[in-house]
Write a protein that binds this ligand. Structure first.
Ligand code: OSB
Ligand code: MG
Length: 369
């Protein structure tokens, strides 16, 4: 593969409803869309999942733009690529900046699949024709609002409900949720809002028979999580703490978690995501695909990754309509009885709607080999 041109676009899309986590509230989604073009004018698409502020990890839209412009794009132009697995290898002497790396690596994977006239799912070694999905519900203003959101999620067919928690929005809230929905598969995501000192609160969540609790402790921790897991019945799932297959190996060696949430951006791309998937499969650790409020492009990458065989738990890749009035892909991602039917067309399997992209683009820059 020879990449002839890269186009970066900064988009802003309004979320249908604000999304609140323990680290902040999103009303809009600001992100970078990456387009890579080969000699034949074929395009591959990738999406950076970095936010405007460094509150989920240390990256931002601006740091990603700088990394892409100053380092990653020039490295892609340096020499041809035989296989997308070479991209993460080529980037390996640049520390972290995983979301920036993943954005362009994802575009190259899409282009590679299109050049081979096969689906991205197939290029990655995936085989599922449909994937199970759940929904992630942000912190609400009232328990009443939360119960309404759960009701809507269930009537839309989602296979499990993830509820964001934080100190003061946890045990009492979950009690009411369980009263109304005793049997629904429910999990909690704390986004690092607790410390070991909060053990009593976290232990109190055990009574609700949650599928898992996601990232209860610090975003960089795997040691305290091991201490906590030994005390909890509820399985811990790590999100923020896992940036690589090496991180995953260490967390599993320490028994810091029983489940891993794989996000392509957080781990630096699809190649690393596959490695984590494979390691977890060997160790009998289930994985599922996390979400970062992606547009259709990032969503399509998540869907392709989720077709690998150890993605045995419903992911966070909900329907386009859960986030956007109008997504930037055609067709949009739809969820039918809690499943997404995996597209079989070449590459990410959805057409990027250039008119919509233009409408949401605030600025863009073209780079030529
Ligand atoms: O921790 O999984 C998370 C959204 C933004 C930042 C972090 C997270 C989330 C979600 C939403 O839980 C997942 C989605 O619907 O895309
Ligand atoms: Mg999470």
């Amino acid at each position: 593969m020879q990449i002839q041109e890269v186009i970066l676009r900064k988009l802003k899309m309004k979320l249908i409803a604000p999304f609140t986590t323990s680290f902040g509230t999103f009303t809009d989604k600001d992100f970078i869309l990456v387009e890579v073009k080969n000699n034949d004018g074929l395009s591959g698409w990738g999406e950076s999942v970095a936010f405007m502020s460094p509150w989920y990890n240390e990256e931002t839209v601006k740091t990603n733009w700088t990394m892409l412009e100053d380092f990653l794009i020039p490295m892609i132009f340096e020499k041809d690529i035989q296989h997308p697995d070479e991209v993460s290898e080529r980037f390996s002497h640049i520390r972290k900046n995983n979301m920036a790396k993943a954005a362009i690596e994802g575009a190259i994977w899409d282009l590679y699949a299109k050049e081979n006239n096969e689906s991205l799912s197939k290029s990655l070694g995936g085989s599922a024709s449909q994937i199970d999905v759940g929904i992630s519900i942000g912190i609400q203003n009232s328990v009443q609002d939360l119960l309404q959101r759960i009701e809507k999620g269930l009537s839309d067919g989602y296979k499990r409900i993830k509820i964001k928690i934080q100190p003061g929005w946890d045990v009492d809230v979950m009690k009411e949720v369980r009263q109304k929905y005793p049997d629904v598969p429910i999990m909690a995501d704390a986004n690092s809002a607790y410390r070991l000192l909060d053990l009593n609160v976290l232990k109190a969540l055990d009574q609700f028979d949650l599928m898992m609790i996601e990232q209860p402790l610090s975003s960089d921790d795997i040691v305290d999580h091991a201490t906590l897991q030994a005390e909890l019945k509820t399985p811990i799932c790590l999100d923020e703490s896992i940036h690589s297959v090496e991180d995953a190996r260490k967390a599993l060696d320490l028994n810091s978690c029983k489940i891993i949430n794989i996000k392509i951006g957080r781990v630096g791309g699809l190649t690393e995501a596959k490695k984590i998937h494979d390691l977890c499969q060997q160790r009998n650790i289930p994985v599922w695909c996390g979400g970062m409020l992606e547009s259709g492009v990032g969503r399509a990458h998540n869907i392709a990754l989720t077709t690998l065989s150890n993605f045995t738990m419903p992911g966070d890749t909900a329907a386009s309509a859960n986030y956007w009035t109008k997504d930037i892909i055609e067709p949009e991602v739809v969820v039918d009885h809690g499943v997404i039917h995996v597209p079989t067309r070449a590459g990410i399997g959805y057409e990027v709607n250039c008119r919509k992209v233009a409408q949401f683009t605030e600025y863009s820059q073209k780079y030529t080999r």
